[in-house]
Design a protein around this ligand. Sequence first.
Ligand code: ATP
Length: 245
Amino acid sequence: MIELHSVTKNYGNRCAVRNISFNAPSNSVTALIGLNGAGKTTVLKAVCSMHYADSGVVLVNGIDAAENSIANKKQTAFMSERSAFFPEYTVYEFLCREAAVLFAGSDKTEQKERIAQASRLCGIHKVFSQKIGTLSHGWQRRLAFSRCLLSDPQVLVLDEPASGLDPRQSADMRSLIEKLSEHKTVFFSTHLIREMETLCSKIVVLHKGSVIFQGSQNELCMLTGEKTLEKSFLNITSKTWEQAL
Ligand code: ATP
């Protein structure tokens, strides 16, 4: 389970998230939705110990993400919205390099086994010999996902996992997330509400650095009186709601 308790994070004098609290249950999918600049990436990075809150506590499976960042990094993996790869490497060379860093000291057989497992899940083995610079965006996302899975993390934190994917790749991404969530906690941000709504058991709405809703899609629809998640989201982040809050 991911828990945020009264978390505030500033960049210099700009407050990105202010005093937010919510949780994302284990072995399920929780979506963090919000308009551009709402603070989603800021939250995801705090969950993965990529940066730390200025105040408040982030707990991941009971581990304090700031106090015990090494243990937290072992149990979490982060897929960034834009992944940086080495364009001249083939897919397989890149995964071997990543595995060698992740599992330094382990034998090559184990590293190869990890690569095989992660690649099969994402289907990236089909383009093992292709240079990364020649991959389409969809395959680059699959490669980024494979890299996340190399360490078989308990918690997957994904920043806009379906961004820029065509309908086929997007459907594959959804199926993969669904399958992984049987045994892992998946927490992701998205703007593609219509595409991703079927996946999530919980929604957290972030607006201008504050959590304005957490609960199920049905609860959000009931609160706003709308029939779909997308309409509910537009409703709850509209000016009328801001004034009421
Ligand atoms: P988007 O949907 O556009 O990716 P987001 O919801 O992920 O946005 P964040 O990237 O977390 O939002 O940014 C929240 C706020 O913090 C924004 O106002 C942004 O400009 C600001 N911000 C983010 N990173 C930095 C940084 N490194 N330095 C200064 N301000 C930052």
